[in-house]
Design a protein around this ligand. Structure first.
Ligand code: E4P
Length: 217
């Protein structure tokens, strides 16, 4: 399963890249707002930090304007992936862009039927939002299971990009189901390393090492 960082914070993206934990990045208008950065500038910087796809979201709601915005965004770098909402205009834009060889991430997916439409429109990625699904009394991971089943039934190549990931259990379940990608806040990616027995083991080894009175080097 690929790991995308769900952030526009450059320092976090750099740190994950250096640890080999970064296969791509997703942003959205809220994350850009949170970063306080200029959208075009920060997206360009992010694109230079990874060879993987960097999702940049259009904000228009009609197909014509979405295409104009996509034209601006895709000039930023070769690894820009245009993010469009799961609406009829978004799907039209997805079809036009993917036919033209541009990566597209169809976002705000909350049902398996919506995911079916994204695949039929040729999406590179579909982004089902598991955390927001959970928040509204549904089971986000059931949605991922349904989409995996449907995509496998028809050999759709659209990649399932699990989004709105809130905790390590979402990540584990996504990997068990066979999702292609999970996009996660950096804090969630870093939380995956934590295990009480790892910390306890380090403490024990260091305590014994100190008793040897030795140093390395
Ligand atoms: C990523 O592509 C999505 O925009 C993001 O994961 C949404 O996460 P949120 O529900 O925590 O805002």
């Amino acid at each position: 399963m690929k790991f995308f960082a769900d952030t526009a914070e450059i320092a976090d993206i750099k740190e994950l890249a250096e640890a080999g934990l970064l296969d791509g990045v997703t942003t959205n208008p809220s994350l850009i707002h949170k970063s306080g950065r200029n959208f075009m500038e920060v997206t360009k910087e992010i694109c230079a930090l990874t060879d993987g796809p960097v999702s940049a979201e259009v904000v228009a709601l009609d197909h014509g304007t979405m295409m104009k915005e996509a034209e601006v965004l895709r000039k930023i770098a070769d690894n820009v992936c245009i993010k469009v909402p799961l609406t009829i205009d978004g799907l039209k834009t997805c079809k036009a862009l993917t036919d033209d060889g541009t990566m597209v991430n169809v976002t705000l997916c909350f049902s398996a039927n919506q995911a079916l439409l994204a695949a039929k429109a040729g999406a590179t990625f579909v982004s089902p939002f598991v955390g927001r699904h959970d928040d509204n009394g549904f089971d986000g991971m059931d949605l991922i299971r349904d989409i995996r089943l449907i995509y496998d039934n028809y050999a759709f190549e659209t990649q399932i990009l699990v989004a709105s990931v809130r905790h390590a259990t979402h990540v584990l379940e996504s990997a068990r189901i066979g999702a292609d990608v999970a996009t996660m806040p950096p804090a969630v990616i870093k939380s995956l390393v934590k295990h009480v027995l790892t910390d306890k083991g380090i403490d024990g080894f260091l305590a014994d090492w100190a008793k040897t009175g030795q140093t390395i080097g």
